[in-house]
Ligand binder design. Structure first.
Ligand SMILES: [Zn+2]
Length: 163
């Protein structure tokens, strides 16, 4: 084992609930799928698109891949400016999901460091956004998009009404 830190939801961060029985098993079920997920670093990943369209179907409107704060070089996957809610759909591999992160056999140290620094950066992003009055919602790409969209909807609505 590499000692990749397990992410925890501190500082009022809402971390999406992992549902082991449904979505989590499906996507990483074959080595080929895992391989393609590992290689896919593009912005518009399939899980992200599924979440976006599920949220959109609920009647919510948002900005895609934008900086919540102009002077902070961090991009959220969905940004709800009025409600000040930033949503991130984190890739299981790059952000170190404990259910799906697989240890590479070569350059082990390099990748472990890389993923550890991504995790640290995620925590830093959360802290900075929260300090600026934002609600940060983070989900894993393996989570059921409909469940994720329900949580996003509820949080955006409640943030709006509390204004
Ligand atoms: Zn995962």
């Amino acid at each position: 084992m590499c000692g990749i830190p397990v992410r925890t939801g501190g500082l009022g961060v809402i971390v999406g609930i992992v549902n082991e029985d449904s979505a989590s098993r499906s996507w990483a079920s074959s080595p080929a799928t895992r391989k393609s997920m590992k290689n896919n670093r593009s912005r518009d990943t399939k899980p992200e698109l599924a979440v976006r369209s599920a949220v959109h179907r609920r009647g919510l409107r948002f900005r895609v891949s934008e900086r919540p704060l102009a002077d902070l070089r961090r991009t959220a996957d969905m940004v709800f400016r009025k409600a000040r809610v930033a949503v991130f759909v984190d890739g299981c591999y790059w952000h170190g999901c404990s259910s799906h992160h697989t240890q590479p056999t070569t350059n082990h140290e390099f990748w472990a460091d890389k993923i550890a620094s991504n995790i640290a950066r995620d925590a830093d992003t959360n802290a900075r956004l929260e300090a600026a009055g934002w609600t940060v919602l983070r989900f894993w790409e393996h989570e059921d998009p409909e469940v994720v969209a329900d949580i996003v909807q509820e949080r955006v609505r409640s943030a709006r009404t509390s204004d």
